[in-house]
Write a protein that binds this ligand. Structure first.
Ligand code: 0O2
Length: 223
């Protein structure tokens, strides 16, 4: 059924996917501009890395089936919000909220949904700030608003999530070991959260004790 849908709509699907790619470019640029400005003004980069992707067809099909979404381009666009995904890896937890606020205050960005898995981690231990936003792309024949999922994480949050994602697919685990593994992953998530807090505190202490000329830079950094 899906193959039939794809075959009949090849051109519009390709076009839609390229629009998602354009939306990713817009959002990535916004973060790169913020990083550049921060680096000039405060001599520090709040962004360690940006990883973006348009959802693969395989993963898209899985989600359409799981959510039982009608097979039309508009209902897929309406119901699946992570076809365009931008993952921003930050240095410190504070940077996540600073960057999210900066992005959301831009007048061409509309917040559709916010999930704060840092303040409220998932039961398994997953932490990240998720923003579903709408961003315009400007085409030859006008403007189109596209939905993008932005995931903001620290290096420690990304380290945990990347490994957990790999381990999740190892399904042939005996039941008696599964509970132990779940507990271990949760414990690792808690250690990673503790590490984030301690590293941020180290930065704060350095800022408080910096020489006056450095201090003005670093204190601005904390405000
Ligand atoms: P992939 O391969 O990352 O693209 P949704 O299904 O998105 O409509 P949900 O589940 O409420 O609704 O979305 P949520 O919670 O915002 O999470 C979506 C994405 O967050 C996932 O994408 C992951 O990237 C990430 N994520 C959420 N929970 C976990 C977790 O426990 N571990 C890891 N490693 N990542 C997580 P996808 O679609 O699963 O896949």
């Amino acid at each position: 059924e899906f193959l039939d849908f794809v075959n009949k709509n090849m051109k519009p699907i390709e076009k839609q996917m390229s629009y998602y790619q354009c939306a990713i470019m817009e959002v990535e640029t916004k973060f790169k501009v913020l990083n550049e400005q921060y680096s000039l003004e405060y001599d520090r980069n709040p962004i360690e890395d940006i990883k973006s992707r348009v959802k693969s067809m395989e993963s898209l099909i899985k989600k359409i089936r799981k959510k039982d979404i009608p097979l039309t381009l508009s209902s897929i666009e309406e119901n699946i919000h992570d076809i365009a995904g931008v993952r921003v890896i930050c240095s410190f937890p504070d940077d996540i909220y600073m960057l999210a606020d900066c992005l959301l205050s831009q007048d061409d960005i509309t917040l559709l949904e916010k999930k704060d898995y840092i303040k409220n981690p998932k039961p398994g231990g997953y932490r990240s700030l998720h923003l579903i936003v709408s961003v315009p792309i400007f085409l030859q024949d006008g403007k189109r608003n596209m939905t993008v999922e932005v995931q903001l994480r620290t290096i420690a949050m990304d380290f945990w999530a990347s490994l957990e994602h790999k381990l999740r697919y190892k399904k042939d685990i005996p039941a008696d070991k599964a509970k132990y593994l779940e507990d271990e992953m949760l414990a690792c998530a808690q250690i990673s959260a503790g590490l984030d807090m301690r590293m941020q505190n180290v930065r704060d202490v350095i800022a408080e004790n910096a020489k006056p000329d450095e201090q003005s830079l670093l204190l601005k950094d904390l405000s």
